[in-house]
Design a protein around this ligand. Sequence first.
Ligand SMILES: Cc1ncc(C[n+]2csc(CCOP(=O)(O)OP(=O)(O)O)c2C)c(N)n1
Ligand SMILES: [Mg+2]
Length: 325
Amino acid sequence: MNLKVPEMITEEKLVMLYKQMWSIRFFEEKVDEFFAKGMIHGTTHLAVGQEASAAGACAVLEERDMITSTHRGHGHCIAKGAEVNGMMAELFGRTTGYCKGKGGSMHIADVDKGNLGANGIVGGGIPLAVGAALTSNMKNKGYVVLCFFGDGASNEGSFHEAVNLASVWNLPVVFICENNQYGMSGSVKEMVNIEHIADRASSYGIPGLSIDGNDIMEVMNTVDEAVKHARGGNGPTLIEAKTYRWKGHSKSDAKKYRTREEEKEWRDKDPIARLKEQLIAEGILTEAKARQLRDEAKREIEDSVEYAKNSPEPSLDTLMEDIYA
Ligand SMILES: Cc1ncc(C[n+]2csc(CCOP(=O)(O)OP(=O)(O)O)c2C)c(N)n1
Ligand SMILES: [Mg+2]
């Protein structure tokens, strides 16, 4: 294979990742559709356009490694091995969902698969990741924690406190900032006075790398190096994956703060189309096989909607269950 990829990334794995990125996209599109139809309640944040950072970063982890996620976490969940049926059922508020239908989008966790959970608190997952990494060291577990957060979260105190502590305690954590250019309606250009959020790493004496978050190859190679660095006892790395969310921040976002030209510019950098091109050029995929994988992913997500719709809603007498740990 001429593509430069980490050693654990086989051709089969690349094909699986291509399909997984479609699963993430179709999942988000279905959620968007059923939210608009009033069948999904609460709120949701969709990561269409950001599939490469979720899929690429999780692809180089070992099963024992952990992640912490964000309010925009469906892609992270799928990439860390969550079942789409349970995820969709959760969004539909059904008993077969990850939180028995009581948590919704921002509370999906899958501890067995090493997913410590989505988080409605911006920047809230960062100290959790550092705590989990401390546990890994204190109990000699050997796992690494991959911590996803956004550009907006990098302005929270929790980011600075947690990264500093991870640095001075030399903890096995990889911070991955998905810089999708906006925090709600605030452009990163107005919210941060440096060009690369990764430059903040120097304040904490750790490596900082700014990468193309829409290029899954670059994501895999960079995260793989950072994971090895962490597993080898050399402490944390801050990676900034530059990307873009195609859809609005959440429900009822008219996207008045950005231009249609800018949106088109980023749609042209579609991470899924890019991987497809690379795999076809390499002879790993054909157009027909690519279409087949895309269709399979679509069908699985459609099936997850059926599963969710056919699952029961929680009964009233379970209202007070599962509230306290
Ligand atoms: C502590 C906290 N402050 C504010 C909010 C409201 N809020 C939800 S998402 C969001 C924007 C976060 O931006 P970013 O970290 O860039 O993530 P993105 O939405 O772009 O994925 C804000 C301000 C919140 N949920 N938690
Ligand atoms: Mg953002």
